[in-house]
Design a binder for this molecule. Structure first.
Ligand code: NI
Length: 231
């Protein structure tokens, strides 16, 4: 992901809202992104309406890679494997199941108007059902490659919020996106665990590995996770 990925996303928050929106930089290297783009730019893209639900069809105007194409499956598996080795993603999402990444492209005014994602997604060929607790977008382009195309999220929660992608007026916005079912369904509990984990990580740099307070905090983290996680 490019360094300046955070400029891709805009939040419209109401006072008091607590939304966990996390940027993970460089999940893929620049070389890997270039390789992905070479393959994606040469691939056949299909109308995004092919996978739109009845409500979202009215507001969806983009292109997608055929989810069952060998390229989508191969790159998607690579992305999921990479996420599985990313400590920040693991700490924040506490993933239980990940929906196979989809690839989309917005160009020439393409956009996705305000909509909500389905709460439950079926992956028919894997006989898998996923609750969409979190969503993630992996940008495969630099922000200066296109104008517009901002993911705009309204309200308090992640995947459950009304959101949209504004029209792309120059260039192309090429991304992969996916949903995550978390071991910890409740957003508030998941955020507490993430905050605690990040504090423990920060403190541990300046303390001995057997520091009793550090060990106790680590115990608190795991005992909360044991109470709250469903696996
Ligand atoms: Ni959506």
């Amino acid at each position: 992901m490019p360094d300046n990925a955070r400029h891709h996303v805009r939040r419209t928050l109401h006072t008091g809202d607590r939304l966990m929106l996390l940027v993970i930089d460089k999940l893929l290297s620049s070389e890997e992104v270039a390789q992905y783009r070479a393959e994606l730019d040469a691939a056949p893209w299909i109308d995004g309406l092919a996978t739109a639900g009845t409500l979202s069809a009215a507001v969806k105007d983009n292109e997608q890679l055929d989810e069952l194409s060998p390229l989508a499956i191969r790159l998607g598996n690579e992305i999921v494997r990479r996420l599985g080795t990313n400590p920040l993603f693991i700490a924040a999402a506490l993933p239980e199941r990940i929906y196979p990444p989809k690839f989309n492209r917005y160009a020439g005014g393409g956009h996705y108007g305000a909509h909500v994602d389905s709460a439950i997604m079926r992956v028919a060929d894997a006989n898998l059902t996923i609750r969409t607790d979190l969503s993630a977008t992996l940008f495969l382009c630099d922000p200066d490659e296109y104008d517009g195309g901002e993911l705009t999220i309204e309200g308090e929660y992640g995947a459950s919020s009304l959101h949209m992608v504004t029209p792309v007026t120059r260039g192309a916005r090429v991304c992969a996106f996916l949903w995550v079912q978390s071991m910890v369904r409740d957003e508030g509990k998941r955020t507490l665990l993430f905050d605690l984990d990040q504090s423990i990580q920060a403190l541990s740099g300046g303390l001995a590995k057997d520091d009793p307070n550090l060990l106790q905090l680590t115990g608190v983290y795991h005992n909360l996770l044991r109470r709250w996680a469903v696996v």
